[in-house]
Write a protein that binds this ligand. Structure first.
Ligand code: FMN
Length: 367
């Protein structure tokens, strides 16, 4: 199994620990961050989407222009772009980057957040629209032959796509933890994105995704690749890492209390199942498995990926390998101190995981 690493690219040097109020997009920072990912052989970087945040396509194009290898993952909510426009925008970026594009679909987890950009469908409808959207994009990437579409969410006539992807198609990722997410992602995605849950719960989620893939008639060799997301807090030894984890939590909580965090103090219970699951698991105790730490989840009301892995490079690498053993081969690691953490992971974690995988491969009896 090929294991690959994902990061997340912020638009500037602002972090949850040291927020820079009203920071704009910082091209110099972006270039430095993206090149650091490339230098340390990260494979992908996610450019997230929020109703109030920067445009992922132009950020993705900037990253692609200053790097050689990293794949950009564009987060996309179907309500924000007509599907024919999205098909061309993604294919344009794909051509500009010689095929280094993935699209990560977000059906939309919060009614209030969706309403900010004019989307008043309920969640079930948003997932139904997402299914339609993925079908349209895949059709548009197949050929320039004109085609019609007539469904509940989209109707158009004789669309012909003159911008085809370089490798025949563009990889599609779906994220979420609801039954609808498993169903749509299981049936249509090349990649399925999950947040960091304990091993047992992650295995249950993977089984659900595979079950849905099988129901949709996909062979075992054609199931979605599994992406799991962590926020590692790393230091030279486990002891130093735990001290750092508590400093990180204090800074996160302090900024939220001052109104400078990404989440409002006393925010209501999140509507998306992924966040609800994290908050439920957090109630069971601070540490799960080897080093999966939940206080950062509770402090941030599980707003986005928030489960930490705490420890020395060896502990973090061993924890990651536990998930690889479950079948997750896309490992997303982003810390709370973005750029410095990329350097630490690149120097100390990625080589350890890759070395361990190589050793395992060498120890396997020849077929
Ligand atoms: C790996 C990953 C990345 C995500 N990135 C985003 C993002 O950039 N923007 C966003 O609004 N939601 C993002 N989400 C959240 C979910 O996709 C979203 O809440 C989903 O549409 C509904 O979740 P549910 O099916 O768990 O209820 C991400 C989820 C995962 C697992």
């Amino acid at each position: 199994m090929t294991v690959e690493f994902i990061s997340l690219t912020p638009p500037n040097a602002s972090t949850e620990l040291a927020p820079i109020p009203n920071a704009g997009v910082d091209a110099e920072f972006l270039t430095r961050y993206a090149r650091t990912l490339d230098d340390y052989s990260f494979n992908y970087t996610l450019i997230p989407y929020m109703s109030s945040s920067f445009d992922p396509f132009t950020i993705g194009a900037t990253i692609a222009a200053v790097t050689k290898n990293i794949n950009v993952i564009i987060a996309l909510r179907p309500n924000t772009l007509y599907p024919t426009v999205a098909a061309k925008a993604l294919a344009t970026l794909d051509q500009l980057s010689s095929g280094r594009v993935v699209v990560h679909f977000i059906a939309g987890g919060s009614d209030a957040e969706q309403a900010k950009e004019g989307d008043f469908l309920n969640k079930e409808q948003r997932y139904a629209r997402l299914e339609d959207y993925i079908k349209i994009l895949r059709r548009a990437w197949q050929s320039s032959e004109p085609f019609d579409w007539d469904s509940e969410y989209y109707t158009f006539k004789q669309f012909s796509n003159g911008v085809l992807p370089t490798k025949g198609t563009i990889r599609v990722s779906v994220g979420g933890s609801s039954d609808d997410a498993y169903r749509i992602g299981g049936a249509h995605a090349d990649i399925f994105g999950l947040w960091g849950e304990p091993l047992k719960e992650t295995k249950q989620q993977i089984d659900r995704i595979y079950e849905e893939a099988a129901k949709a008639g996909r062979a075992e060799t054609d199931r979605p690749r599994i992406w799991v997301t962590f926020r590692p807090i790393i230091a030279e030894t486990d002891e130093l890492a735990w001290a750092k984890a508590h400093r990180t939590l204090d800074a996160l909580s302090g900024n939220i209390a001052k109104g400078q965090g990404k989440v409002e103090p006393n925010a209501p219970e999140p509507q998306n199942v992924g966040s609800q699951r994290l908050l439920e698991i957090a109630k069971r105790g601070e540490v799960q498995d080897r080093a999966l730490w939940y206080p950062t989840v509770t402090a941030t009301n599980a707003r986005g990926a928030s489960t930490a892995l705490v420890g020395s490079p060896q502990t973090i690498a061993d924890s990651i390998l536990d998930y690889v053993d479950l079948g997750a081969d896309l490992i997303s690691i982003r810390g709370y101190d973005n750029l410095n953490d990329v350097i630490d992971y690149g120097r100390y974690v990625l080589p350890k995981v890759r070395e361990a995988l190589k050793e395992r491969e060498a120890a396997r009896p020849a077929a």
